[in-house]
Design a protein around this ligand. Structure first.
Ligand SMILES: Cc1cc2nc3c(=O)[nH]c(=O)nc-3n(C[C@H](O)[C@H](O)[C@H](O)COP(=O)(O)OP(=O)(O)OC[C@H]3O[C@@H](n4cnc5c(N)ncnc54)[C@H](O)[C@@H]3O)c2cc1C
Length: 303
């Protein structure tokens, strides 16, 4: 007779021991907001739960030019965190777009990433933030850049016996602007049709020194629009550059049609939202540093 287990470890070591003992049988339970609906729908039928709600993985700390966020931090805890308000407002914007307060109170950032939905709201934010994911198993740990973490819808590089413990995010450089935009069928409790996060850094002259654009819901996994990013680096922001980058980003997307939107509409909206987000970043940078004469002179119209 097959036994079912519910295990609730108090420490990471204990959790790793259980994970090692039950390997591919083991299913980690965090907030349960993805897992439980999938069980109701009989998509999965786990026989061994390892509930991590008692593990001390709900911290946010600052360490040597990095912000470290525990995997069990809920979306509400992100939104309320003063350190993140200061250093990672982009993640707060993304978490504020998730579902509604009851889900945000239970759902964790670790669960959002490991669930590996192409529509996961925190994924584009972590992609543009160059986050590293720390994965522990019995006796060792490894660091995986979030850009290599997703390998397909619902699939990640996590191996049986491993647990995501924390995310390590480098502090943004000065003169950096970030933003997240989510397009859904309504303003709350909606899975995204297209989502986009972007980050731009400029030098004292206003030249773009680094650019990140990440897209959700328009490919089998959350992606970076690397060619659009490359178009921006080394340039001054202006209307033509924004149009060009937005057009390239749209070509980098490979969306499907589903119940929420057609592939054609998603392509079109990637272009529109990329334009909007870049204009918004430009306005943020100009507002934050009125001394940037080169930026001030540039002509960026609402397009
Ligand atoms: C009504 C509703 C609305 C929603 N709306 C949105 C939305 O707008 N945007 C959005 O992005 N998501 C949404 N979600 C999905 C969900 O709430 C989030 O993805 C949430 O962050 C999942 O976190 P969790 O802690 O509940 O994960 P769980 O359900 O506990 O786990 C999800 C998966 O991750 C694994 N896992 C969890 N933590 C770890 C870990 N530390 N290490 C290794 N594996 C782990 C679990 O084994 C499981 O496979 C919605 C869900 C519901 C029910």
């Amino acid at each position: 007779v097959k036994k079912n287990y519910y295990l609730s470890p108090n420490t990471l070591d204990e959790a790793l021991f259980f994970l090692d003992e039950h390997k591919s049988e083991a299913t980690i339970l965090a907030g349960g907001t993805d897992l439980i609906p999938r069980m109701w729908d009989k998509i999965i039928c786990p026989s061994c739960f390892i509930d991590i709600h008692q593990l001390p993985l709900d911290f946010v700390r600052y360490e040597d030019k990095y912000v470290i966020i525990g995997a069990r931090v809920t979306h509400t805890q992100v939104i309320d965190n003063t350190l993140l308000k200061k250093h990672l407002p982009l993640l707060i914007e993304a978490c504020s777009e998730i579902a509604a307060p009851p889900i945000r109170n239970r759902g964790t950032i670790g669960g959002n990433l490991v669930n590996a939905s192409p529509a996961a709201d925190t994924a584009p934010a972590f992609l543009v933030s160059d986050a590293d994911l720390v994965l522990h198993c019995m006796g060792s740990k490894r660091c995986v850049p979030v850009s290599s973490f997703f390998i397909g819808p619902g699939k990640t590089v996590i191996k049986p016996g491993e647990i995501l413990t924390e995310l390590k995010i480098p502090l943004p450089e000065p003169k950096t602007a970030t933003k997240y935009i989510k397009l859904g069928l309504r303003n709350a409790l909606a899975i995204s049709i297209v989502s986009i996060a972007a980050k731009i850094a400029i030098d004292d002259d206003g030249r773009i020194t680094s650019a990140r654009i990440a897209l959700g819901s328009v490919a089998p996994i959350p992606i970076r629009a690397v060619e659009a990013e490359a178009t921006l680096v080394g340039q001054f922001m202006d209307t033509d550059l924004i149009r060009a980058a937005a057009n390239i980003a749209s070509h980098e997307a490979s969306p499907i049609s589903d119940i929420r939107a057609s592939a054609e509409y998603r392509h079109y909206m990637v272009e529109v939202l990329t334009r909007r987000i870049l204009i918004s970043l430009f306005e943020q940078l100009r507002y934050e540093d009125a001394q940037l004469s080169k930026l001030g002179d540039r002509n960026v119209q609402a397009i």
